[in-house]
Design a protein around this ligand. Sequence first.
Ligand SMILES: C[S@@+](CC[C@H](N)C(=O)[O-])C[C@H]1O[C@@H](n2cnc3c(N)ncnc32)[C@H](O)[C@@H]1O
Length: 321
Amino acid sequence: MRSELRSWIRSNYEAALSYYVLSDLFARLRASAGDIDTTSGTVHSTLSAEDSVRYVERVFEDYKRYSGVQQFYGRVAEVGPGDNCGVALLFLKDGCSKVDLVDRFFSKRNVRSQATIYKALLLKYPALGRFLGHAEPVDEAVFRSLERHYGARAAAENFFLTNTGYDFIVSRAVFEHMYNPSSALSCMARALAPGGYLLHKIDLRDHGMFSLAHHELKFLEVPAWLYPWMTKGTGRPNRVMFHEYRDAMNRLGLSGQLLVTRLAGVGDISPHVPYEAIPAHLRAKSTAYVRAVRHRFATAFRTVSDDDISVTGVFLVARKD
Ligand SMILES: C[S@@+](CC[C@H](N)C(=O)[O-])C[C@H]1O[C@@H](n2cnc3c(N)ncnc32)[C@H](O)[C@@H]1O
């Protein structure tokens, strides 16, 4: 779409609603014809090989840091890996026996640039060589101990109904794209081996649907009956917010914590910490931001507290007893 048209649609709320409904319908039609390609998760196409390696390392280090696990082990499922399996490879290097890549869609990728990233990873971590098969070009299909699952049956909501026994189920920037995150979370909790961990970084923002031209919580104004028609087929953000993850964890009896990664009107909270550990002036700034914009919120969000709405990113860490 031409960039002037795109920015006009973005700045016009009603036009944006119509565009999102139509494109979501189109995505559902494509999916029903078996086309699962998406640009969501196409992260590495614009990065140099060095930046890609750094990106993969950052994601992996976050899993370590916030789980408190010194060395990963056993069976792992990485949900929504996007266009590169580098994070899964670092789990293997750390000592895991198998990693399942689990994705509802197939993120578009450039095979040649992916091969360059894998070669850079192999150069930096020679221990990965023992997982490398003999085929060329080097892509995610050639690594041993990685199993790839794509399409509707690999949606998190379905996959963990029948695939179980995981020591770690991890994801980054995926839960907000799911059409039923609550059901996915309960399936994942059941799919964990005893002592297993759920590690999920979740971005609760609108991913630019409205916030590029309006305030950052504008998407909470869309009526509840309309919102799924704009999002379910494309995997646009589901606007399941902080309180729903907290309630789901309680309901599932999961012990762990929700660390805050972002606050509305404030920005990133780094290192990520429980809500109560955020400096009071930042919490106050964020709740003031929420109060200033919430008068137009859809009914479902009107009764949610300012504190809960103000959290626009979380890192869910839970362990099965
Ligand atoms: C924004 S990308 C994140 C990619 C990668 N984890 C990262 O952080 O760069 C979201 C990913 O989630 C996948 N996804 C969306 N809905 C899903 C679902 N219901 N089950 C599994 N994966 C899903 C997309 O196909 C995509 O690969």
